[in-house]
Design a protein around this ligand. Sequence first.
Ligand code: AMP
Length: 183
Amino acid sequence: MLKESIVAQKNITEELKSLIRDIPDFPKKGIVFKDITTLLNDPVAFKAAVDQLAKKFENENIDQVVGIESRGFIFGAVLAYKLGAAFVPVRKKGKLPYKTKSVSYELEYGTDTLEIHEDAIPKKSRVLIVDDLLATGGTVQAVSKLVKSFGAQIAGVAFLVELTFLNGKNKIKDLPIYSVIEY
Ligand code: AMP
């Protein structure tokens, strides 16, 4: 378990990084999957990561945290609680029970569709979008378009991990991005 004394130090990023497990060739050949469950399994590290994200946005008057299915729910819900904000799930097509607004985006092969309940985000609310990991940026770009279509303001986009070599940031250039860990 990560030691509390280490968390008390200023830069704990390397310690958090050491708790993320690389799984080569998952879910397919050539992809190195960043397995965050090993970090989640360490209570001190999980708390430190959430605290770091919350600190970054505590003065941003966030009304709603929008969490992206499914690992974005883990950090999104805890962050919403900490920031005193509402939590809004973004789900894959067909999972939400009420009327939805949706956005489709390109994948390597074909397209995918994400949905939010049509009454979930009031106009002009300040939204923080959360996911576990920024890779190519396609997912978060689509979600940011969807959130903007509600007339909301995106106050920030937060990730536990950013794969900087994939330049996902370029797809959401206009938005303030924060990641706890960078590769
Ligand atoms: P992207 O749209 O390329 O930015 O992909 C982001 C989504 O895919 C996130 O929800 C991540 O959870 C997942 N993802 C993409 N690449 C990886 C990876 N190498 N390791 C773990 N998750 C990934």
